[in-house]
Design a protein around this ligand. Structure first.
Ligand code: HEC
Ligand code: HEC
Length: 166
């Protein structure tokens, strides 16, 4: 009897795996250091590490004292812990593309500037990016209602006019 149940479970496993893989692909990895949420989710949400390539993350983390016009500096131990985590889960350059900012440029990389981000959002009307409820493309939660939990599924999107995307 036990063996039958086991065989049944094994048979069902391939069916459940693709579903699990589809759910919240950008969810926070279980081994995310507490410092990442404590230090990088106060001013904006904790951006998914997968959405920038490793080199771009290094450039973001090398300039925390001049962080997009603000100061997000950290002690070196915390900075390195967060940088190592971001690099571990960084996106694949072939899939995401670099941020588009030239190496050596004073401008910092933006995940909202990658080829992947632009492609995924090409149907979003320009006015929605500037809507008072959104203000900036990096305000993911302005449209993705479950962004803070890593939920970016289309059916969870509510546009600034209050309408569901689909
Ligand atoms: C003091 C507030 C503050 C803290 C703390 C902070 N940030 Fe930011 N961050 C900002 C602001 C402001 C922007 C620019 C937002 C914009 O222009 O849309 C920004 C932008 C970014 C962007 C670019 C988003 C885009 O436009 O694609 C990344 C990546 C980023 N932050 C990562 C981090 C990481 C990693 C940490 C933790 C080490 C962190 N931030 C901590 C304020 C902060
Ligand atoms: C102005 C609203 C808006 C903002 C702000 C926004 N998005 Fe989106 N996003 C959308 C819409 C609408 C779609 C679906 C587009 C489509 O159907 O092709 C989408 C699609 C996506 C998808 C693909 C979902 C899927 O199932 O294919 C991801 C991932 C995503 N966004 C991540 C982000 C991240 C990360 C941020 C912040 C850095 C962000 N978005 C900011 C509106 C927005």
């Amino acid at each position: 009897m036990k063996a039958t149940i086991l065989r049944l479970l094994v048979a069902l496993l391939p069916l459940s795996l693709p579903l699990a893989a589809h759910a919240d692909k950008l969810a926070m990895p279980a081994d995310a250091p507490p410092a990442f949420l404590a230090e990088c989710a106060g001013c904006h949400l904790a951006f998914p590490a997968q959405l920038l390539v490793a080199d771009d993350w290094k450039r973001v983390m090398a300039k925390l004292e001049k962080h997009y016009g603000g100061d997000a500096s950290l002690d070196e131990k915390t900075r390195l812990t967060i940088e190592n985590f971001l690099i571990k889960y960084a996106g694949d350059a072939k899939k995401i593309g670099a941020s588009g900012t030239a190496a050596g440029a004073t401008e910092l990389p933006r995940l909202t500037a990658t080829a992947w981000f632009k492609r995924k959002h090409h149907e979003v009307p320009q006015a929605d990016w500037r809507h008072a409820k959104v203000k900036t493309p990096s305000n993911c939660a302005g449209c993705h209602t479950r962004a803070a939990e890593g939920g970016y599924r289309k059916r969870e999107i509510v546009m600034p006019d209050g309408k569901k995307w689909e």
